[in-house]
Design a protein around this ligand. Structure first.
Ligand SMILES: Nc1nc2[nH]cc(C(=O)O)c2c(=O)[nH]1
Ligand code: SF4
Ligand SMILES: [Mg+2]
Length: 254
């Protein structure tokens, strides 16, 4: 399985490997509801891809990339977590959920954006709305951008622990902005984080802006939501919770 780990983990966006087939998948699940952001509450299926080019210390899906224990108490095992699946199989499993919206998340799904195009081509003849959750560090290639209905772009703040050079790409953010079908969602823990969001939003002319409290358990989520709500409203931004945490805590596969 050596091929399964090299491309998505390298963080290259798969740019050098446009001919590789299949997707490096962590999990496929649904039906569930989209828990976050502009489509919160909508019935959907999830495809969670493996690998990430960042290493946020509060990451809620470390099992997609953390093989050394950076963001988790125990390292995860890539042999258990990563599965190279043919795009036909992925499409079949999405169809089996019987829903008309698919969320492609990760990890960082654009680490393997060339591999993703054939899946979205397969789904394009069906009435399936495709949303992609991305950290916004890879510029989307044209065929991907064409096939995706909405990008939910989540640039990371300094509290993620990664350097600004790794987590913010002005060129990629410009690409997403210019597509005109991107929402920008920031994970925050305090009102001070909103000042950092102010800077990124202004420097890159981002909108619409969504603020989401960090929290992998109900108490932390509600505490952080209460801490930022007034300041989000004062800025005329959008605010989202995390329905899947409220409904199912931090369970996997929901
Ligand atoms: N229900 C549900 N909604 C989500 N929205 C974004 C998720 C993610 O992990 O990217 C997620 C997730 O894991 N579950
Ligand atoms: S960008 Fe997303 S998947 Fe990657 S480490 Fe950060 S929170 Fe986790
Ligand atoms: Mg999640």
């Amino acid at each position: 399985m050596s091929e399964t780990v090299c491309d998505p983990v390298s963080g290259s966006g798969g740019a050098g490997h446009p001919d590789r087939s299949g997707l490096v998948v962590n999990e496929i699940f649904g039906p569930t509801v989209q828990g976050e952001g502009p489509s919160a509450g909508r019935i959907c299926a999830f495809v969670r891809l493996g690998g990430c080019n960042l290493s946020c210390r509060w990451c809620d899906t470390p099992y997609t990339w953390d093989w050394t224990g950076i963001a988790s108490p125990v390292p995860h095992d890539p042999a258990e977590e990563l599965h190279l699946l043919a795009v036909e199989e992925v499409a079949d499993r999405i169809r089996a959920t019987g829903v008309d919206r698919v969320i492609v998340s990760g990890g960082e799904p654009l680490n393997q954006q060339h591999r993703l195009v054939p899946l979205l081509e397969l789904l394009s003849s069906e009435a399936v709305t495709v949303e992609v959750e991305t950290n916004g560090t890879h510029e989307p290639v044209a065929p991907l951008a064409r096939l995706v209905d909405r990008f939910v772009v989540s640039p990371k703040l300094s509290h993620s622990g990664d350097s600004e050079r790794r987590r913010i790409s002005a060129a990629a953010l410009r690409s997403f902005r210019e597509l005109g079908k991107s929402d920008f969602k920031f994970v925050v823990t305090s009102p001070e984080d909103l000042s950092e969001v102010d800077g990124i939003v202004a420097a890159n002319s981002l909108r619409p802006v969504w603020i989401m409290p960090e929290g992998r358990d109900v108490d932390t989520l509600v505490r952080n939501l209460s801490a930022v709500a007034d300041e989000v409203v004062r800025r005329r931004w959008n605010l989202t919770g995390r329905l899947h945490i409220l409904a199912w805590n931090d369970a996997r596969g929901v």
